[in-house]
Design a protein around this ligand. Sequence first.
Ligand code: ARG
Length: 494
Amino acid sequence: KIMRKIAMDLSIEKIINQKLCDTFTKLGLDTAYAAVKVSDRPDLSDFQCNGALALAKQEKKNPREIAARIAGELEKDVDFAKISIDGPGFINLTLKDEAIAAVLDQIAGDGRFGIAKVETPKKVVMDFGGPNVAKAMHVGHLRAAVIGESIQRIERFLGNEVISDVHLGDWGTPMGMIIAEIIKQDGSLDKALNYNIDEITEFYKAANLRCKEDEKAKEDARQITAALQDGNPEYRRVWQHLREASVSAIKKNYDDLDINFDLWLGESDAHAASAEVVKLAEAKGLSELDEGAHILRLEESNKPKPPVILIKSDGAYGYQITDIATIKDRVEKLKAEEIIYVVDKRQSLHFEQVFEAVDKLGIAPNVKMVHIGFGTVNGSDGKPFKTRDGGVMTLENLIAMSKDKVGESMPSPADAPGYDQAYIDNLTAQIAVGAIKFADQADPNAVKTEILPVAPYQYMASLQMLDASTPLLELQVFAGSRAEAEKAAKALKK
Ligand code: ARG
């Protein structure tokens, strides 16, 4: 959906399309069929035109004959290295290297790489990252960040106004679980404000274990969450502290990866709007009571669609209403015209439900809402990485490992005259982070819409890549200027 918006002013495909169009006009053929596409048979050609088949059907003629007429005309064009008619009448086209090089030169020489800005810029709110507070960020958080940041940069390059929001998970039951756990272990919350992020994470781990076995502990956590949301001042103070401690750790990770957010809002920021959503649903007769919970039913077409929970039976707001309320805020306060979510595929149904509820409630008329899903980063058990099952590689560790590995092949200032340690360290960090990002996107799972298992040594492979040509490519990408890259590459080769 995003790709379609990229209007290429300059592209090889466009140029060939023009050639086909001219040829069809010359031969008196309907130019509606003059389009080419990237070849289905890269072993045979660069592009193919299937127009002769459709034309033949329309004019009740032999498709190979029509194809031959078109090919005969195209033969006169010096840009083609090979033209062949294959199968029932496909025209396969291969360009001369010089012709491709000429277009690439033109694109490279264009300040915008041949990509036009959108005609009517939009205000796009981007929601990606979405880490939960009180948990260390791990490799599983990498992908949303990398894809989200890329789309953010593309959207800006296209001329859209982007506001990105990290949308922290800071309002759910885990908050109550941590507070309950501190009370259980300490007898009170007196020391709570002194705990640092590592200690808080330990409490969260312990709470998770406890709630798995103990129904009563789970219930306590739920009640504390509801009270926290309801404004209990002591819980709020502790929560504020947990949130701040987590945010500084999260920010450091994103900074290291050069992932940038305009807003550091969270689920908690949608609290007031959640109450408004409930009122709206009631006013529209869309809210129903169901076993103590307030729910909003959705239309079921060909598959069952569970209702959206507006208020849980314990009185707290959950994940769904929080997203609905956040949309309300983004439309009203940020004036969003489009909202893009970059969140893994497991949440597809959640976003379908949320978007449908938003439609029913009339909260975001004319606002485009898109969920861009992707496959998760899985452990060797085939399940997505999680912090709570222990032993998972944190992002911080991954970045550190990558830096160490890159550092091994970096020269010292003594070996690279003209470069000081700070320059080399900076370059090391850039290459290390680049390798992680490239490797993540090289994982076929990253672009798949299904969730497939990926071996955890994926990231080790990323580090191995550093022994091949990748860093040199990255050097060029990151060093800024070609001269600088060449200088650095020379130093590296020593
Ligand atoms: N915090 C959520 C999670 O860990 C992801 C948030 C995605 N964004 C959203 N608006 N729901 O699953």
